[in-house]
Write a protein that binds this ligand. Structure first.
Ligand code: BV8
Length: 257
């Protein structure tokens, strides 16, 4: 069932879905770049702007790119950090923080590295791909990390002298196995699985909705564009998350918003 418009052209939440969500005991949410689009953060599929227009993120978000040209990759992340610093959580982020307060068991799994879910107030967050707010040592066997970026242009680890890098998971790098395991468990043990603002291309994140499906969870997708998951979604809203989620939270949990 796709989210429909009511007589006034507004997004309507069916009575069936309202009743279902009000009684839901466990909800898991997977978000992608689309949830931050309405905060002004370009998605990986949006064409990047200015200097970065000539690069595809996938070319820059790799250890190889960092090794070959650390200053270019660090400048790209500084540009993104600037966007994030000027951004605020949008109504979609905020509605998910409300949902967490209303559901007995709630897990938010995000592919995003922008930290906007935490700034919106969500507590139980699994950052599958790390965070561009933090830095860590690029040496494989060095555990040094920093909660923020030092001033230096090309900062080095004070413990071993290797270059510091953004604390994110690049293409070709393994995710933190503990975080991934928690995400798989949360996907396998929920009644409701929301997939919001993700094209569902990047693995292993893209497999999580199918873990939920195999465990007979109800899939709800929110994305203006249909994705391969769409045929498995019992409810699909082909509208921006910043429009759907506030209406959904206010309709299902009117006393909480
Ligand atoms: C790994 C951090 C193995 C960095 C990112 C099969 C199995 C395992 C791996 C692979 C596999 N097949 C291929 C791979 C390799 C690779 C991969 O998946 N490649 C893809 C391109 C095919 N995966 C990896 O490399 C992963 N590592 O598997 O390691 C391993 C094991 C042991 C030892 C060594 C290695 C690591 C992947 C993580 C990469 N890092 N981010 C950074 O951000 O700088 S991924 C990055 O891209 C994002 O985090 C995100 O995950 C992805 C972009 O996807 P989306 O978030 O979906 O964003 P996108 O732009 O695609 O789509 C936005 C959507 O929003 C759209 O659908 C749009 O319609 C919608 N939208 C727009 N506006 C709105 C909206 N929706 C709602 N509201 C709106 N307003």
């Amino acid at each position: 069932m796709s989210g429909s418009l009511n007589a006034f052209g507004h997004i309507a939440i069916s009575d069936e879905l309202v009743t279902f969500l009000r009684t839901a005991q466990s909800v898991t949410v997977l978000t992608g770049a689309g949830i931050s689009a309405e905060s002004g953060i370009p998605t990986f599929r949006d064409s990047q702007t200015g200097l970065w227009a000539k690069y595809h993120p996938q070319e820059l978000a790799t250890l190889q790119a960092f090794t070959q040209n650390p200053d270019l990759v660090l400048d790209w992340y500084r540009w993104r950090r600037g966007l994030v610093a000027r951004a605020v959580p949008n109504s979609g982020h905020l509605a998910l923080a409300v949902m967490e307060q209303c559901v007995p068991r709630f897990t938010l799994i995000t592919q995003n590295v922008d930290g906007l879910h935490a700034r919106a107030g969500t507590k139980n967050i699994l950052e599958l791909h790390g965070s561009l707010q933090r830095m860590r040592c690029s040496a494989a066997n060095c555990k040094f990390s920093l909660p923020d970026w030092p001033e230096e242009t090309t900062p080095r680890c004070p413990q071993c002298g290797a270059l510091l890098r953004p604390d994110v998971v690049w293409f070709g790098e393994a995710l933190d196995p503990h975080v991934l395991d928690l995400a798989v468990q949360a996907s396998r043990s929920c009644q409701v699985f929301f997939s919001i603002g993700t094209s569902g291309v990047v693995e292993p994140a893209a497999s999580l909705p199918y873990e939920a499906l195999r465990a007979e969870a109800t899939i709800i997708e929110i994305n203006p564009q249909p994705t391969p998951l769409n045929i498995y979604a019992k409810y699909s809203f082909l509208y921006p998350a910043g429009q759907v989620l506030p209406i959904l939270a206010a309709t299902v949990w009117p006393d909480s918003s």
